[in-house]
Design a protein. Structure first.
Length: 258
């Protein structure tokens, strides 16, 4: 077995939404496989704290951050310029930044539901396009989009969130086909309930938690590290023949029947 198939040494990864939760776990996982990591998120203080923590655990790796709201196109372009300044292209892009506002469909204001698409779908599409010239500098590179089970079935997230994640899943498939000749693999993961700050409120309700667990064959909520492991696998050379896939990290939720 070639051990390099299971390593990311010398590779540079950009993780959006990297200051907490799943994004932070993804950064840690990629570092564990030997990658250098660039973090992007809105909160500069949180990014700085995460970088310091990760540097303690991975002193041999390069870890940098850039504060940007990827829902804003001007800031997306500033992020692109920052990544370009490293001068070595990019091997891995993880489109993890996302957001939601859950309401009945008839109660969304136009700017509310459009904002959900801006951060969940349009930001991922634009960053993928903007960073494509950096990704193709290498013979093999990878994009992983963090979608959701709500992009595959109806859950209680609100209609725009499910629509935006379904669009992200289809974007993944289309880009995988279009960019295969460029050596860029494009995949996605689709989490169900993962224990993060964003989900803590709902999961604190014991009745709601019971409903979630009853619909989850493995009988528990997922951890950020479990999503991160799937993301990292899709970036590895060992996954070099996988593209256009969306892997559910859901404890069996999407396969549940009666």
């Amino acid at each position: 077995m070639d051990p390099n198939r299971w390593r990311l040494d010398g590779q540079l990864a950009l993780v959006t939404g990297g200051s907490a939760g799943i994004g932070q776990a993804i950064a840690r996982e990629l570092l564990g496989f030997g990658a250098d990591v660039l973090l992007a998120a809105r909160d500069a203080d949180a990014l700085d704290a995460v970088r310091d923590e990760l540097r303690e655990d991975f002193p041999e790796s390069d870890i940098e951050w850039f504060a940007a709201d990827v829902a804003d196109d001007e800031q997306r372009r500033e992020l692109l310029d920052w990544v370009e300044d490293f001068g070595e292209g990019l091997h891995i892009l993880v489109n993890n930044a996302g957001g939601n506002l859950s309401k009945p469909a008839t109660e969304y204001a136009d700017d509310e539901w459009r904002a959900i698409f801006e951060v969940n779908t349009f930001a991922a599409f634009e960053l993928s396009r903007y960073l494509h010239p950096l990704l193709i500098r290498h013979a093999a590179s990878s994009i992983v989009n963090v979608g959701s089970v709500s992009g595959s079935t109806a859950v209680r997230t609100g209609v725009p969130y499910g629509m935006s994640k379904a669009a992200m899943h289809q974007m993944t498939r289309n880009l995988a086909v279009e960019w295969a000749e460029d050596g860029v693999r494009v995949n996605a993961v689709a989490p169900w309930y993962i224990r993060t700050r964003r989900t803590s409120g709902k999961l604190a309700d014991p009745d709601y938690l019971d409903e979630v667990l009853l619909r989850t064959p493995l009988g528990r909520v997922g951890e950020p590290e479990e999503v991160a492991a799937a993301v990292a696998f899709l970036c590895l050379p060992a996954a070099g023949y996988i593209t256009g896939e969306c892997i559910a990290v859901d404890g069996g939720f999407l396969r549940y029947g009666f």
